[in-house]
Design a protein around this ligand. Structure first.
Ligand code: CP
Length: 317
């Protein structure tokens, strides 16, 4: 998988990668997500806007979160599934972007793979584009997860997260955001051969060095941190991806969050980006247990989406 090309810090409201946003922009989106969740932000700041919701892969949470967020903010939506646009019959992504940008005020897109496709959609002057998950990164998942952490613990600075599972698009987004907050710890326990992409890890380590935070990745399930406020996992078969190794399950088997692992951190909450497969990445006892905030986390995706949409459309030039 190729590294995404480097681009300037987001100025126009595009959200392709969290690496494009500065910490102030991330803090603003998280703060507003919390305010929407608490009912401190009301009204319809996007009244009159039309938002395109274009999902080329399945989604329960993210698609609904952005659709509901747009409607709650007073905007209207146009939805496209994987078979709806003329890209399927050969129209270029660039021509598609030019046309959509003349009719829509913003586009939320889950691609079938590459983040570069999103950058091609964003290469027009009018319409901000929001990454609703590519193979590389799931930035709006991490932003709403930071909303969850802020709501649960009263702040993101100082939060200690143990992430257990594949170094997938969710892990990449967490690695590109959490270490930028002061005094945080992100310990990634990833199966060998399924870790963070090297360029993501290098960028995350650079962010951590700049903020005095800890970013560690290990493939050894015994290599656990001393403390954690959150134990986080993700499904073994990330949406839209496949694994070349037919025996990949044997590699993932030790990386299950069960009660024994969670009990090592008696004060920790359990988070999961969902969808879940009980018996694989975690157990029913953990996911449905009293320390799980996974379904609050899912609800926060809508408040995070409200904050992202408002930020994206307000940032338009
Ligand atoms: N967590 C997440 O992105 O869920 P969906 O795939 O259902 O949108």
């Amino acid at each position: 998988m190729a590294a995404p090309s480097s681009v300037p810090v987001a100025q126009r409201g595009d959200l392709i990668s969290l690496a494009d946003l500065d910490l102030g922009q991330i803090r603003e989106i998280v703060r507003n997500g919390v305010a929407f969740a608490r009912g401190e932000r009301t009204g319809e700041p996007l009244a009159g806007a039309v938002i395109g919701i274009y999902f080329r892969k399945t989604s329960t949470r993210t698609r609904t979160a952005f659709s509901a967020a747009a409607l709650r903010l007073g905007a209207r939506t146009v939805s496209y599934g994987p078979d709806d646009l003329q890209t399927n019959t050969g129209e270029t992504i660039e021509d598609t972007a030019q046309v959509l940008s003349r009719m829509l005020d913003g586009l939320v897109c889950r691609t079938a793979g590459s983040t570069e496709e999103l950058r091609a959609l964003a290469a027009q002057p009018r319409m901000p584009v929001i990454n609703a998950m590519s193979a590389h990164e799931h930035p709006t998942q991490a932003l709403s997860d930071l909303v969850t952490i802020e709501r649960q613990f009263g702040g993101v600075d100082g939060a200690r997260v143990l992430y257990v599972g594949e170094g997938n698009s969710t892990a990449a987004a967490l690695a590109l955001s959490l270490p930028r907050f002061e005094g945080t710890e992100l310990h990634l326990l990833t199966p060998p051969g399924y870790g963070l992409q090297p360029h993501v890890r290098a960028q995350a380590e650079s962010f951590a060095a700049g903020s005095g935070s800890v970013l560690r990745e290990s493939h050894d399930v015994a290599d656990l941190p001393a403390g954690a406020d959150v134990v986080y996992t993700t499904r073994w078969q990330t949406t839209g991806t496949t694994k070349a190794d037919p025996d990949w399950r044997a590699v993932f088997e030790p990386f299950r969050v069960d009660e024994a692992l969670l009990d090592r951190y008696p004060e920790a909450r359990f988070m999961h980006d969902l969808p879940a497969h009980r018996g694989e990445e975690t157990t029913a006892a953990v996911l449905d247990g009293p320390r799980s905030i996974a379904f609050d986390q899912a609800e926060n995706k809508m408040y995070g989406a409200m904050a992202v949409l408002e930020w994206a459309l307000r940032s338009r030039t």
